[in-house]
Design a protein around this ligand. Structure first.
Ligand SMILES: [Zn+2]
Length: 69
């Protein structure tokens, strides 16, 4: 992690490490809920954000049709 100096503090700032963050499609809120349900509304319509950002590198080449366009 880089050493970053804050110029000013943001009063209502809330941060959640991406590996702990889940997005609920029901209440449209990002939280640090554990398990398979939203900790706020109980919905199971959640997305683990780490699965979007921390996915392993995909070595498959781009389709030839996209390169020829
Ligand atoms: Zn929710």
């Amino acid at each position: 992690m880089r050493n970053v100096t804050m110029i000013h503090k943001e009063p209502d700032l809330v941060s959640i490490p991406v590996e702990k963050a889940v997005y609920c499609g029901n209440c449209e809120t990002v939280s640090s809920s554990h398990g398979k349900r939203c900790g706020l509304c109980g919905s199971e319509d959640i997305v683990v954000l780490a699965s979007l950002f921390l996915r392993p590198w995909d070595p498959s080449p781009a389709p030839a049709a996209a390169l020829a366009a």
